[in-house]
Design a binder for this molecule. Structure first.
Ligand code: OOG
Ligand code: NI
Length: 469
């Protein structure tokens, strides 16, 4: 094959994300409503902000319109390895480690996403991918049953496995025919199965232990459980969701409203109760009707990526506010959070000067002024150039997730579903296992901070080159 016949990974990722969005819209019509709401809100924000707002070019608008993240929950290291091979073909790698034991969940996660500035600008499609940690399941009986069910299932088709092998002999590239097969077969893995792979009795044993355990182990797929569009105003989008009678979460996760948005804020509508048929015995000849809750709708607003110092300050203020808010109403919690975050600088200039956020620097075209040499020494050179309008500092978008927000989203979907004693009385002991995740992945997860600081540094190097020329 001449190289030009191969589909570029960035292009394949966009085709895949569009196909997944179409599939999810067919499966969950409320998702279509969510997309409409978010697009209306975004349109109003862009119109109100004009040319100096969050979206300044048609490329930025295209990224925003395409932008989604999804989530899947996997049962075994073998499943994770195959999923990693699928995402590699779409130009997505494992970035970051999320310990969900902080929320009493027997699982940990990573995110598959593109990593280069260019690929992110084209389509930042990401998939939050959780992996079961059987060692954290308390009941021996439930753990053994879950592992037995997982051992028996095959969530990947033979055609999918074949195309992965082919791609790997073609330097991770596919022709357009092969790409179509990959998309079709991979979507099958991520689709909803209305007939469970477990008997109703098995399902109930796992669900009594933990609803997430039943979701992970009882189906012959790693169904996508939400697909999240990005909004420019999550407050307005949440109000619009409520106007359409969507059963929304009672608080927005993440930082409070700020003049300079950082990290991410998320909210969701709660998981739907969906009809499922279960086997009554292992032979599976007779089926019985039941239901299952897994799929929900989520929206998010993304702000600037923060440096380790910025993240430290965020974590400190956040956990301080959340312990003070324990047991209070959502409104009271939000007020406490807003008050705590008065101590988080909220102008881009101060955020930059205190090195709390990452920025991409661009040359504006304005020449260096002769006074440069005699300027204030106390300010950094870069900051002076920004002040003089020679450089423009554009905050880098946060492309990752927050473990406590993820935990909050999980918990909101378990409400009234899990035995209360398990969720509220036990104080979860955080027990991260990054080496375990990396062993399952057969490689390391990338550090998000390395990616952001490299993007910032490279933008400065390229500005320096232009200014010297
Ligand atoms: C994932 C929940 C976390 C997010 O955006 O942090 C999440 C799941 O329920 O599988 O959606
Ligand atoms: Ni999500």
């Amino acid at each position: 094959q001449p190289p030009s016949d191969f589909v570029e990974p960035d292009e394949l990722r966009t085709s895949f994300a569009l196909a997944m969005s179409q599939m999810y819209r067919n499966e969950v019509p409320l998702y279509g409503d969510l997309i409409r709401i978010v697009q209306d809100v975004n349109h109003s924000v862009i119109t109100a902000q004009g040319r100096d707002g969050a979206v300044r070019s048609s490329a930025e608008l295209e990224r925003l319109t395409l932008e989604r993240h999804g989530a899947i929950r996997l049962g075994t290291p073998e499943e994770l390895l195959t999923v990693k091979r699928i995402f590699a073909l779409l130009g997505m790698q494992a970035v970051g480690y999320y310990d969900l034991s902080v929320a009493g969940l027997p699982m940990h996660a990573t995110c598959f996403r593109p990593v280069s500035t260019i690929s992110l600008a084209r389509n930042p499609f990401r998939v939050f991918t959780t992996l079961l940690r059987p060692e954290l399941v308390q009941s021996d009986n439930a753990r053994d049953l879950a592992l037995q069910l997982l051992e028996k299932r095959q969530i990947f088709s033979q055609d999918l496995l074949r195309i992965l092998d082919v791609a790997e002999t073609q330097n991770l590239r596919l022709t357009s025919d092969q790409a179509a097969t990959l998309i079709r077969e991979a979507l099958y893995t991520f689709s909803w199965k209305p007939v469970a792979a477990a008997t109703y009795a098995e399902y109930q044993i796992l669900r009594a232990e933990h609803p997430i355990l039943a979701d992970i182990a009882c189906f012959n797929s790693a169904h996508i459980n939400h697909l999240t569009p990005r909004t420019l105003d999550i407050g307005a989008a949440q109000i619009a969701m409520q106007k359409e009678d969507m059963d929304t979460k009672d608080r927005i996760e993440g930082p409070p409203i700020r003049a300079c948005p950082i990290l991410l804020r998320q909210t969701s509508f709660l998981a739907l109760e969906e009809a499922i048929r279960f086997k009554t015995d292992d032979a599976g000849e007779r089926l019985t009707s039941g239901s299952h809750k897994a799929r929900f709708g989520e929206i998010e607003e993304r702000g600037a990526a923060v440096t380790p110092a910025g993240r430290d300050l965020y974590d400190r203020l956040f956990s301080e506010a959340m312990s003070a808010a324990r047991g209070l109403s959502p409104e009271a919690a939000d007020a406490i959070l807003a008050k705590a975050f008065q101590r988080y600088p909220d102008t881009w200039k101060e955020l930059r000067q205190r090195e709390l956020v990452y920025c991409e620097y661009r040359c504006t075209g304005k020449a260096l002024s002769p006074s440069l040499e005699s300027g204030e020494i106390s300010e950094s050179l870069v900051e002076r150039l920004v002040e003089q309008g020679v450089l423009e500092a554009v905050p880098i978008t946060y492309e990752d997730f927050l473990p406590f927000s993820a935990a909050g989203i999980f918990q909101s979907n378990l409400k009234g579903n899990a035995p209360k004693a398990k969720l509220e009385q036990e104080v979860p002991q955080p027990c991260p296992d990054l080496p375990g995740m990396e062993k399952a992945l057969g490689g390391s997860v990338l550090d998000p901070d390395d990616l952001y600081s490299t993007a910032q540094r490279e933008s400065l190097i390229s500005c320096a080159r232009k200014l010297r020329a």
